[in-house]
Design a protein around this ligand. Structure first.
Ligand code: NAD
Ligand code: UGA
Length: 440
């Protein structure tokens, strides 16, 4: 069995490395020659825990290769996975399918023998049919089937999610393609992972429905947190109280500054646009998008309020820039809105992130990039925790207080115990928990 993985980004690299770990020969292809050159030198272009060892091992065992030569990789492949980006299209929020369509055209030209073309990228319903049309138009003689096999991994936990998924969704009408997919996912079949067989269209919709549901769940608990603050309640207790109901579930009920990342923001928008176009608008999803965008913009106001109504001329330390811990991904991170709003309000912002500094520098102008957490808070009027990296969970509070100019802490991820931080002399505020400092 040979696989060509088109696109060596977060999904392509992780999926390619994991398939090679299943014992399959995998060639990862990318148009970005710089990325492939780094991979060939043994450098991993993204931060994802465990990925370096997995890649190193499978290269050494001769099952994993990297190349810019799509033709050579595809011609030898039994299955070709498309894992290129599907960002928001500028202006209208539909998914930009130009990379997927370009990949389909290149695959069509390069295919030899029966080939299963699998979409792993998140693509709107109807894209599988469009890929089939593109390939047929380009190569009327081609022997192939198109399968939708959406990916549900999370950054930061990607290898575990891929190797031990809650389920695998395989969308195809072709028995022959299904057999190839069964061979590819054989180790997961043996582990009795639920495999959901559907049409291509249902598989495409399942991916967007899953992301939109999770985004809605987070947005729901964020609004409950806001209500807790107004009426006196603790969102942790409410989340636990509802989450223990098996119909609701405990996961994805952590209130925070709003969801970010390379997927929830763009996928909710693309789904809402598809639904509007189809004449079946998803009003819940539309509200989620609006509430979350407003929430990210408003987070800076909490900092400003805590600083007595102005941050003009003040120094604010921001810890955690990536959209979540254990990744270097800065796409749509809440920190981008928060830092720029603080700067617009006249603050000087000193920032630190364990892995995201290089990516942040490309997207965030005018911040002071520091070498560590304590350096960022040196002389600061307030400290804001935006991303819950483990490194920030057990700061030495006495040292923090000594380092800062004023002991104000705004904890947007609720990683500290309010009583403990207040007892250490901080003016502390967080999300959806009793706000004693403000009430006092
Ligand atoms: P990414 O931007 O990290 O990587 C995409 C890669 O594809 C880039 O390296 C790019 O150079 C390459 N590429 C583009 N066109 C190409 C072509 N014609 N031939 C070869 N390479 C090409 O993107 P990503 O985060 O890996 O996401 C890829 C897809 O997977 C998206 O649709 C995304 O929504 C979906 N997805 C992402 C995640 C995630 O956690 N990042 C999880 C599930 C699904
Ligand atoms: C998400 C999904 O969880 C994956 O299943 C999916 O494959 C992926 O999108 C995708 O399609 O790309 P990811 O974006 O990597 O994965 O990260 P999540 O852990 O889902 O977090 C997304 C955002 O929601 C982060 O900003 C995180 O801080 C926020 N979040 C998450 C909360 O605010 N509260 C929570 O309880 C959970």
């Amino acid at each position: 069995m040979q696989i060509a993985m088109i696109g060596a980004g977060y999904v392509g690299l992780v999926s390619g490395a994991c398939f090679s770990e299943f014992g399959i020969d995998v060639k990862c292809v990318d148009t970005d020659s710089g990325k492939i050159a780094r991979l060939l030198k043994g450098e991993i272009p993204i931060f994802e825990p465990g990925l370096d060892e997995l890649i190193e091992r499978n290269i050494a065992e001769g099952r994993l290769e990297f190349t810019t030569d799509l033709k050579q990789a595809v011609s030898a492949a039994d299955a070709v996975f498309i894992a290129v980006g599907t960002p928001s299209r500028r202006g209208d929020g539909f998914a930009d399918l130009s990379y997927v369509h370009a990949a389909a055209r290149e695959i069509a030209v390069a295919m030899t023998g029966y080939t299963v073309v699998v979409t792993k990228s998140t693509v709107p319903v109807g894209t599988g049919a469009e890929i089939e049309r593109i390939i047929r138009d380009t190569r009327p003689d081609a022997d192939f089937d198109v399968v939708s096999n959406p990916e549900f991994l999370r950054e930061g936990a990607a290898i575990g999610d891929f190797m031990r998924p809650d389920r695998v969704v395989i969308g195809t009408e072709s028995e022959r393609a299904r057999k190839t997919m069964q061979r590819i996912y054989r180790p997961l079949y043996l582990m009795e992972t639920p495999i959901v067989h559907t049409s291509v269209e249902s598989a495409e919709l399942t991916k967007y429905a899953a992301n939109a549901f999770l985004a809605a769940k987070i947005t729901f608990i964020n609004e409950i947190a806001d209500l807790c603050e107004k009426v006196g309640g603790d969102v942790h207790d409410v989340a636990r109280g509802i989450g223990l109901d098996g119909r609701i579930g405990r996961k994805f009920l952590h209130a925070g500054p709003g969801y970010g990342g390379s997927c929830f923001p763009k996928d909710t928008l693309a789904l809402a646009r598809t639904a509007q176009q189809a004449g079946a608008p998803l009003r819940i999803v539309e509200s989620v998008i609006e509430i979350n965008a407003e929430r990210k913009r408003n987070m800076a106001q909490r900092v400003i309020a805590q600083c007595g109504g102005t941050v003009e001329g003040k120094t604010i330390a921001v810890l955690g820039l990536t959209f979540k811990p254990n990744t270097d991904d800065m796409r749509d991170a809440p920190s981008l809105d928060i830092v720029s709003a603080l700067q617009a309000a006249g603050a000087r912002v000193r920032v630190y992130d364990p892995q995201g500094m290089e990516e942040a520098k490309k997207l965030m102008d005018g911040a002071d990039y520091c070498e560590g957490a304590y350096e960022a808070m040196d002389g600061a009027d307030a400290l804001v925790i935006v991303t819950e990296w483990n490194a920030f969970r057990a700061l030495d509070l006495a040292r923090v207080k000594q380092t800062m100019k004023t002991p104000i802490m705004v904890d947007l991820r609720n990683i500290y115990d309010p009583e403990e931080v207040r007892a250490a002399g901080f003016d502390y505020t967080c999300i959806g928990r009793p706000n004693l400092a403000l009430e006092a």
